[in-house]
Design a protein around this ligand. Structure first.
Ligand code: AMP
Ligand code: TRP
Length: 338
């Protein structure tokens, strides 16, 4: 059975871009596949961060994921730094990854351009991502569109390692990205992708009144100056895609008809969207508030996830070390269980 792995940075609360582009899909997939979902705090430290804030954001991300419907009885939810095998395998993979493959990563070039000084960890970020995935021998990686290039690199890494250390039967699978129809949600500006670093987000846990204040001024089809002007939903960069994500199919059809026929004004259309968003988000927000009031429970769930992930990770690392001639003599001789 194909195995699923995906990761998300501990950016605090989810925004609806992460939720629609990735997490909602994870919630569905956990019922069909053996799944691992990881809060990647070692990735987060490749750019400027504050330790206390990282700690808080890691827990807040866990709360958002659990509240969105990841169920520890059906999948493994854990924090990357609880499983040291991730960094161990990343080091090994660094030794078989051509520098040129890393230098041409679009996300590296973007992020590097915004840093005063570029650290080696930022360049090696996708190697750690390959390690995350391959440690669990995962075949399928549900992510948003921005991760496709990183996934290509993970396949190069798997291929290179297999060619060198497991040429007869490939040890690592070549993981594939699994995209959703909502693979790229635009931000409130209607141009850039929704992203915390740009500040154009709707937070998953923002109160409905705040969400309404954000939706009301959002640009729609620029040709629609007045309510009586006909519009084109395909030219409405934010509201129409969000209807497709949050509203039932009949409503989406109504939106199309009423936009083209100038039946609804944009504000009416936004009100319908807002009601449907509220219906989906409020139950998530209620669960998140409960989890916020029981931090020890959240920590226990994550610790348990870490233990379950580590058991799988150990098996992979033992096989990798064995095939590479890296036997763990001192640890075993001292009787220390890893
Ligand atoms: P990040 O917050 O960058 O760790 O992203 C977590 C997941 O959300 C990844 O699978 C991304 O591809 C996805 N994602 C982030 N922003 C968006 C967006 N605006 N639209 C769709 N998916 C997104
Ligand atoms: N780079 C991913 C992002 O920014 C996060 C990530 C890290 C990831 N490791 C992963 C995603 C492994 C999928 C699989 O969204």
């Amino acid at each position: 059975m194909p195995r699923i792995f995906s990761g998300i940075q501990p950016s605090g609360e989810l925004h609806i871009g992460n939720y629609l582009g990735a997490v909602k899909n994870w919630v569905a997939l956990q019922h069909q596949h053996e799944s691992f979902f990881c809060i990647v705090n070692y990735h987060a430290i490749t750019i400027a961060f504050a330790p206390d804030e990282l700690r808080r954001r890691t827990r807040d991300m866990a709360i958002s994921l659990l509240a969105s419907g990841l169920d520890p009885a059906r999948c493994v939810v854990f924090v990357q730094s609880d499983v040291p095998e991730h960094t161990e395998l990343a080091w090994i993979f660094n030794t078989i990854t051509p520098l040129g493959e890393l230098e041409r990563q679009v996300q590296f070039k973007d992020k590097a351009g915004r840093q005063e000084q570029v650290m080696a960890g930022l360049l090696n970020y996708p190697v750690l991502q390959a390690a995350d995935i391959l440690l669990y021998l995962a075949d399928i990686v549900p992510v948003g569109e921005d991760q496709v290039q990183h996934l290509e690199l993970s396949r190069v890494v798997a291929r290179n390692w297999n060619a060198r250390f497991s040429p007869d039967t490939p040890f690592f699978p070549e993981p594939q990205a699994k995209l959703t129809p909502t693979r790229r949600i635009a931000g409130l500006d209607g141009q850039a992708k929704m992203s915390k670093s740009i500040g154009n987000t709707i937070g998953l846990l923002e109160p409905p009144a705040v969400i309404w204040d954000k939706l009301r001024p959002v640009v729609t089809d620029p040709a629609r100056q007045r309510k009586t002007d006909a519009g084109d939903p395909e030219k409405c960069p934010v509201i129409y895609p969000l209807h497709k994500a949050f509203s039932p199919a009949e409503t989406v059809t109504q939106v199309e008809t009423n936009c083209r026929g100038a039946g609804w004004g944009c504000i009416e259309c936004k009100k319908v969207l807002h009601a449907n968003m509220e219906a989906e988000l409020v139950p998530i927000q209620v669960r998140a508030a409960e989890l916020h009031s029981t931090p020890a429970l959240v920590d226990d769930l994550l610790a348990d996830g870490g233990r379950r992930a580590r058991a799988v990770a150990r098996t992979t690392i033992d096989a990798v070390r064995d095939r590479m001639g890296l036997d763990a003599r001192s640890v075993r001789a001292a009787g220390v269980t890893p």
